[in-house]
Design a protein around this ligand. Structure first.
Ligand code: ADP
Ligand code: MG
Ligand code: ZN
Length: 620
């Protein structure tokens, strides 16, 4: 279906609609304009009275549908009339007998073309709608989608092989190292074959979202300078059974023509999920697609120079058959970047922008724990946008720090109106968090306290940033975390003798942490070193939604008791600290109310009983 035909079809449909509308509406209306409508009984009266001069009987019957005959004519005084009657048999004779000039019009027949079209119209419309949806379901675009269901939609970077190289991907040196082997192979397959070396056919990139898996795969193709077939697992998931498998077949067949090359399947978990876990029993569509991928992987013989790279952030839900040796046997972990990695990623994304001299990349890297490459790209961009909004020539450290906070907590929402009383409660709540975090040993340093609302939920926040990336965490540190989480609520309680709903999120996190300590980390004396509960895979969402209880009622009771005990202990701890430092609490909350934001340095001063200068340089 090319464009012309498509447009022609559209016009045809339009004409059809207009014609059928004219056909059904115009005629009676037009008729009614010229004639007076009278009742049939009155018509009979007029007929009997001999007042009718001319009579025309028209049968208005549409094929397949009985409708009334139209009787129209002229009265003796020249008045034209019109009436309807279902059955007109005998009427003509009766009128003729009265001396009326009677004409009977042949039943009006629609031309056969019209008939055909009107009866086909609904069907055509349905087909049209179906085609439209099929097209849009496949992402629209190309006109010949309907005919190419089984064709793979992999985007081929042939002439323009990916230009990006490994230097665009920062901070995952191990992953690059691992891919290097594949690249060497693709560059010179013969060398490997001569030595009889087996090269991995399938490489699986595993890591959290935004860590640069997709980027890495493209860079690998760029480095090897080979064609790159890029597709995504979800593109194989279609409504029609068999389509996904056909697409896989087509993809590999195409790739074969261009080898050596890389096939990349992004988000492979969309098709690679555990078989037999879905709804449709053993034969659902996804399963067929997965089987086809396995078949193709096995079909890579020693002569094939194709490497399949796939990416996922859910390796745990992948079908074990995919991970078996000989298939995706090489797993490359692309993890969240550490401080050094973040610094490098920052540098990559800061390359083509203008920065003021005060920008310190290592400080930025240290204040972004937990952020991945995509977040970092986002943060630099936010900083640039902020600088542009303020008409600055260069992006400053301040812009970037605001960028970090935006990425971590959402944009400031100064427009949200908070009344003075609420503001006071929020100030005490946040100050409570900050003081306890300051006093408890080993807690992450407080970076900033703010009572400017951010994002969609936070009314205020206390930002703690770890000094370094942590991989292990001790029981006492976890207890400290819970105490800090509870301290907002404790502060409200001590100061106002009442509590608010503002601590809901804190309580949830605290309870969650305590529960994990008891059930997963073996940190409770009463229950000991057992892992309790088993995560159950939610098959439709691929998420852990529920937990299977593999323990008794009694143990469940004991868990709840332990969780409560931990929370209570931490609560007491918090309360002790804040009661003891009540004066400090009042003082800092007062400053916070006034300034809305307190940074780490200022907090240090306040904690050491110093007073702050009345007005800061920036006038806040
Ligand atoms: P994933 O596929 O792992 O979810 P992407 O590769 O799509 O992540 O990353 C999204 C974007 O984030 C990339 O386009 C890139 O700009 C940026 N990014 C992510 N990781 C890195 C990295 N290690 N180095 C440089 N940029 C990165
Ligand atoms: Mg990706
Ligand atoms: Zn809080």
């Amino acid at each position: 279906m090319n464009k012309v035909v498509k447009n022609l079809g559209l016009y045809l449909v339009l004409v059809l609609v207009v014609v059928s509308m004219v056909n059904s509406y115009l005629t009676p209306e037009e008729v009614q304009k010229q004639y007076d409508e009278i009742s049939y009984s009155q018509f009979l009266k007029e007929l009997d009275a001999g007042r009718i001069k001319i009579l025309q009987i028209r049968n208005n019957t549409v094929p397949g549908e009985s409708s009334s005959a139209v009787i129209q004519g002229e009265l003796a005084d020249g008045q034209r009339f019109l009436t309807y009657r279902l059955d007109v048999s005998g009427l003509a004779d009766r009128a003729a007998a009265k001396g009326v000039t009677v004409t009977v019009e042949a039943p009006q027949r629609n031309s056969w073309v019209m008939t055909l079209l009107t009866s086909l119209f609904p069907t055509l419309l349905l087909i049209g709608v179906w085609v439209y949806f099929m097209n849009s379901m496949q992402g629209g675009g190309g006109p010949s989608r309907l005919m190419s269901f089984g064709r793979s939609k992999a985007k081929l970077f042939l002439d323009n092989k990916p230009k990006i190289k490994f230097d665009a991907v920062a901070g995952c040196d191990e992953a690059k190292e691992e891919l290097q082997e594949v690249i060497h192979f693709l560059k010179d397959p013969e060398k490997f074959k001569k030595l009889g070396a087996k090269v991995p056919k399938g490489v699986l990139l595993v890591g959290p979202p935004g860590t640069g898996k997709t980027l890495l795969a493209r860079a690998a193709a760029g480095e090897a300078d080979v064609p790159f077939f890029c597709t995504s697992g979800s593109e194989f998931v279609e409504m029609l059974v068999g389509v996904g498998a056909a697409r896989v077949r087509d993809l590999f067949a195409q790739a074969k023509k261009y080898q050596p090359c890389i096939i990349f399947i992004d988000e492979i978990d969309a098709v690679g999920r555990h078989r037999g876990a879905g709804l449709g029993g053993g034969h659902d569509e996804r399963e067929q697609t997965l089987n086809q991928i396995l078949v193709e992987l096995d079909g890579f013989d020693d002569n094939s120079n194709t490497v399949l790279i796939a990416a996922t952030n859910r390796p745990d839900i992948l079908d074990p058959a995919l991970l078996r040796p000989g298939r995706f046997d090489r797993h490359i972990v692309v993890d969240r970047p550490d401080v050094k990695g973040r610094e490098e990623i920052l540098k990559v994304h800061m390359k083509e922008k203008q920065f003021a001299d005060d920008v310190d990349v290592s400080v930025l890297a240290r204040s972004t724990p937990g952020l991945v490459g995509a977040d970092i790209e986002n943060l630099v961009n936010e900083g640039a946008l902020l600088a542009a909004r303020k008409d600055k020539e260069k992006i400053t450290m301040e812009d970037l720090e605001e960028g970090i906070e935006r990425v971590m907590a959402g944009p400031e929402r100064k427009s949200r109106i908070i009344n003075d009383h609420e503001k006071k409660i929020i100030a005490y709540h946040e100050t409570g968090h900050a003081i306890v975090a300051k006093i408890l040993p080993g807690a992450d340093p407080v970076h900033k306290i703010s009572i400017i609302p951010r994002g969609h939920a936070a009314l205020g926040y206390t930002l703690q940033l770890p000094e370094e990336d942590r991989f292990l965490i001790s029981k006492s540190e976890l207890m400290n975390r819970i105490s800090i989480l509870l301290s907002g609520r404790v502060s409200e309680e001590i100061v106002f003798n009442d509590v608010t709903s503002g601590a809901a999120n804190d309580l949830e996190k605290a309870t969650e942490t305590a529960r994990q300590m008891v059930t997963q980390l073996g940190m409770s004396d009463a229950l000991g070193l057992v892992k309790l509960g088993k995560k159950r895979e939610e098959i439709f969402l691929g998420r852990d939604i529920s937990e299977d209880r593999n323990y008794s009622e009694e143990v469940a009771y004991a868990i709840d008791k332990e969780v409560k005990k931990i929370i209570d202990d931490c609560y007491e701890r918090s309360k002790e600290i804040l009661t003891e430092h009540r004066a400090l609490l009042d003082k800092i909350a007062g400053v916070l109310l006034e300034r809305e934001v307190i940074d780490a340095e200022e907090l240090d001063k306040l904690m050491h009983e110093d007073d702050l200068p009345a007005v800061r340089q920036d006038g806040r």
